[in-house]
Design a protein around this ligand. Structure first.
Ligand SMILES: C[S@@+](CC[C@H](N)C(=O)[O-])C[C@H]1O[C@@H](n2cnc3c(N)ncnc32)[C@H](O)[C@@H]1O
Length: 284
C-alpha cells in the first residue's frame, strides 16, 4: 500500500492548481467539520478537501482559502452547511450489501407472521435516498395483500443537498440498472433517461435532517430495524460507540441494526448481540 503523501506536498500541488491552500486551511476545515458532524478528515485527505472546496472558493470570487475562511469566521454562518455538504461522501447504491435486505426481508416476514401490524424502519445516513427507498420497496413488496400493515421508513442525513435530491427521488440509469426483480415496478422511466421512484415506496419514506452527533435526537422509536451504514467509518471511535449505543436503545427487543461492511459495534456493554449476517446485530 502507498503511504499518503505528506500534507506539505499536497498543499503545494493544490496551490499550484488553484487558490492557495495550506496547513492552516486544512486544520480550519477539518476542525469545523469534526465539530459539526463528527467526520474526521486526517491530513492525508488534504487533496480531497482542496478538490471539493476550490470550485466553491472560485465561485464566491475569493482569491484564496484564507478569504473563504474569513467568510466562515462566524460559526453560525449559513455557508458552513455548504462546506458540510461538499465534504461529506454521499456515495450509495440501491440494495447495497444485499445480505442486509435479505435479513430485513426475513425479519419482516417473521414479524408479519406473528401478527405485527406496525413497522418502523430508519435509514440513519440516507444519502440521496437509495437506501431508504430500497427498504421501502422491500416493505411495499411484502405488504402486498396485507393492507392492515402500517409501515413507515424514516430517512435522515446531515447533508441538506442530498436530502433534497432524495425527496425528488430521480436517478441516473447507472443507479437503477441492477434492481431486484420485485423492485422494478417501483421505478418509472422518464423521458430524459432517468428513473423516478414511484408508487407506495414514495409515500412510505419521510426525509428529515438529523445529525447523529447532535445532542438532540427527536425520534422516539422503537424501530424494527435501523440501517446505519457507511457513515460510522468517518467518525472517531468514541463517537462511533456513542452513536451505536443511542441507536441500540431505539430498537425494539429483537429489532435489527445493520452497519456498513467495515463497521463493527462493541457489544460487551451494549444491549445488542452480533448475528451471523455480516455487520448485523440484534437488540437483546
Ligand atoms: C457514504 S454515505 C452512506 C449512504 C448509505 N447509508 C449507504 O450505505 O449506501 C454517508 C452519508 O452519511 C452522512 N453523514 C455524515 N455525517 C453524518 C452525521 N453526523 N449524521 C448523519 N449523517 C451523516 C453523509 O452526508 C452521507 O450522505
Amino acid at each position: 500500500m502507498n503511504a499518503a503523501p505528506p500534507l506539505a506536498d499536497i498543499a503545494a500541488a493544490a496551490a499550484a492548481a488553484g487558490p492557495a491552500f495550506g496547513a492552516q486551511d486544512m486544520r480550519f476545515f477539518a476542525d469545523g467539520v469534526r465539530e459539526r458532524i463528527g467526520v474526521v478528515l486526517p491530513d492525508a485527505k488534504a487533496a480531497l478537501v482542496f478538490r471539493r472546496l476550490a470550485p466553491r472558493v472560485r465561485e464566491l470570487g475569493f482569491d484564496s482559502f484564507a478569504r473563504y475562511r474569513e467568510s466562515l469566521a462566524d460559526p453560525a454562518a449559513a455557508e458552513w452547511e455548504r462546506v458540510v455538504a461538499l465534504l461529506t461522501t454521499n456515495h450509495s447504491r440501491f440494495f447495497r450489501e444485499i445480505h442486509h435486505f435479505k435479513l430485513l426481508s426475513r425479519h419482516l416476514e417473521e414479524a408479519f407472521g406473528r401478527g405485527v401490524k406496525r413497522v418502523r424502519l430508519w435509514s440513519a445516513a440516507c444519502a440521496a435516498g437509495q437506501e431508504p427507498y430500497s427498504m421501502a420497496m422491500l416493505v411495499a413488496h411484502l405488504k402486498q395483500g396485507r393492507p392492515q400493515i402500517d409501515a413507515r421508513v424514516l430517512a435522515t442525513d446531515v447533508d441538506r443537498t442530498v436530502l433534497e435530491a432524495a425527496g425528488i427521488g430521480r436517478y441516473a440509469p447507472e443507479d437503477v440498472g441492477h434492481l431486484p426483480r420485485f423492485a422494478r415496478p417501483f421505478m418509472q422511466a422518464e423521458a430524459d433517461g432517468t428513473s423516478s421512484v414511484t408508487g407506495s415506496p414514495r409515500e412510505l419514506v419521510s426525509f428529515r435532517y438529523h445529525n447523529l452527533i447532535g445532542g438532540e435526537w427527536p425520534m422516539r422509536g422503537p424501530f424494527d430495524a435501523i440501517f446505519c451504514r457507511n457513515v460510522l467509518i468517518y467518525l472517531s471511535r468514541a463517537d462511533q460507540t456513542k452513536v451505536i449505543r443511542r441507536l441500540a436503545r431505539l430498537l425494539k427487543v429483537g429489532g435489527i441494526l445493520c452497519l456498513g461492511h467495515s463497521e463493527v459495534a462493541r457489544t460487551d456493554d451494549m444491549p445488542i448481540k452480533r448475528i451471523e449476517v455480516p455487520s448485523s446485530y440484534v437488540r437483546i
